[in-house]
Design a protein around this ligand. Structure first.
Ligand SMILES: NC(=O)c1ccc[n+]([C@@H]2O[C@H](COP(=O)([O-])OP(=O)(O)OC[C@H]3O[C@@H](n4cnc5c(N)ncnc54)[C@H](O)[C@@H]3O)[C@@H](O)[C@H]2O)c1
Length: 438
């Protein structure tokens, strides 16, 4: 393939060297003449393990050209990767000056090109940049229609400095968001053979994934360091602790708990988190990230309360009260907190939870229900139908198959459904729908 790469920093230089090594003809474009001269002489403009050799092989193959002329590079190629920098502004926003200026030039170059061309943004850009900002600029300057006359894609870059050539050859996955099937096919031809799945998705999702991945990495580093500081203060070897945490591939290093849903609760997580924070305070250890978890969780409940109250009806049906499906444990259940907050706001609520049935539950939970929250106990119904008949707003807090199918079968256009469990096929529902955070 004939490929142009705009921006020859860490990402662009590695891509140029690897693509040329793999047999493609690559035009490197940069506004920095020193970088162009270095590459032309077979030397990389960056320091990375293996880049000297790979760049030398690539340039010696005769398949690398460099230029500062955008139009020349686009005319000679069928696909362009954009790898210019998107640094932080003082206020934390991304500075898109370079990428937007380049976009205008690329648009002008497209105007004079008859053949179909694909532009792939690889710079990390804030979600909502490629389609709302870059696309109209390209269309304005080219006079052409995106998705028809040229393809526009976003492909997040996952390489890490220091191991970038290895990462290029062994990505965890390749994600592309494209608006033209020919562009997707070009990228699949280039990267489909690499290890890791080749996944085609929409541009917005692809943009968000990059931010989610980097935030997750930062969160993991901070988690390990905060646990490290507390362990150290207690005279415990944090490396042993975290080593053992990582041994659990079922709940810890796994997909568990990573699906957007409702607030956490129950008899363990809030209690143990509070105790950990207390231990940290006692030892003068500051752990702001872990200290932020309970307020963040509370925010999730606030959002549900606000959503229900915004409906301007008092008739609320709640399906679920315990902290998760299949248990009658009400301790620190976020659904119970939600119910109490709504009762406090004067809502007329009916609740159904098959596990929290006054006639069936026994022991501590029955006592808790009857003595501590009798006002909630009075609102319990014996059937899901009763709740659906009563409520104009239905809050779905249980995801059991049987309950979901009763809700699906009986919900009507008059209802508003606040889904806290993550139903599938929601477009088939007859009512207005809102997911907790999706
Ligand atoms: N560095 C990484 O490990 C990494 C990893 C993943 C994603 N990213 C993202 O990739 C993008 C590039 O990162 P980087 O570290 O390679 O940046 P960098 O600053 O090293 O390189 C950017 C290059 O773009 C050039 N440039 C600026 N304006 C240009 C224009 N109009 N035309 C052509 N070239 C132009 C600059 O001269 C520079 O050489 C950023 O958005 C970054 O967030 C970086």
């Amino acid at each position: 393939m004939n490929i142009s790469i705009f921006g020859l920093g860490y990402v662009g230089a590695v891509s140029l060297a690897c693509l040329a090594r793999d047999g493609h003809t690559v035009y490197g474009v940069d506004i920095d003449q020193t970088k162009l001269d270095l590459i032309a002489s077979g030397k990389p403009p960056i320091i990375e393990e293996g880049i000297q050799e790979t760049m030398a092989v690539a340039v010696n193959s005769g398949r690398v050209r460099v230029t500062s002329n955008c139009a020349e590079a686009m005319a000679a190629t069928e696909l362009s990767f954009v790898c210019v920098g998107t640094p932080s502004k003082k206020n934390g926003d991304q500075d898109t000056t370079a990428i937007l200026r380049l976009t205008e030039q690329m648009g002008e170059a497209l105007r004079n090109k008859d053949a179909f061309h694909t532009i792939v943004i690889r710079s990390t850009v804030r979600p909502g940049t490629v389609i709302p900002e870059i696309e109209p600029l390209l269309e304005k300057h080219s006079g052409k229609k995106s998705g028809r006359d040229f393809g526009l894609c976003f492909q997040p870059e996952f390489l890490r400095e220091g191991t970038s050539i290895k990462d290029y050859d062994n990505p965890p996955m390749t994600i592309v968001g494209c608006n033209h099937p020919d562009s997707t096919a070009q990228l699949e031809a280039l990267f489909g053979g690499l290890p890791g799945k080749f996944i085609s998705t929409d541009v917005g999702t692809a943009e968000c994934v990059k931010y989610a991945c980097n935030a997750f990495h930062a969160l993991k580093v901070t988690f390990a360091n905060e646990i490290g500081r507390v362990s150290q203060a207690l005279g415990v070897d944090s490396r042993k602790v975290m080593g053992l945490v990582c041994e659990d591939k079922q709940l810890n290093i796994s997909t568990a708990y990573l699906r957007p849903g409702f607030a956490f609760g129950g008899s363990c997580l809030p209690k143990d988190l509070r105790a950990l924070l207390h231990v940290a305070r006692e030892n003068d250890v500051d752990i702001p990230m872990l200290a932020g978890l309970l307020p963040s969780n509370e925010e999730h409940i606030n959002l549900a309360v606000e959503t229900v109250l915004s409906r301007k009806t008092r008739k609320i049906g709640m399906v679920g009260l315990s902290f998760k499906s299949g248990t009658d444990d009400l301790r620190e259940s976020p659904l119970l907190t939600l119910a109490e907050r709504l009762i406090g706001k004067g809502m007329n609520i009916k609740i159904y939870d098959p596990e929290v049935n006054l006639a069936r539950i026994m022991g501590a939970n029955k006592r808790y229900l009857e003595e501590s929250i009798p006002h909630v106990a009075q609102l319990m119904c014996d059937s899901c139908d009763e709740v659906l008949q009563h409520g104009e707003v239905i809050v779905l807090g249980l995801g059991d198959r049987d309950i979901v199918s009763v809700v699906r079968d009986n919900i009507s256009a008059e209802h508003y459904l606040l889904d806290l469990v993550g139903l599938s096929d929601v477009e088939e529902l007859p009512c207005e729908y809102r997911g907790a955070c999706w």
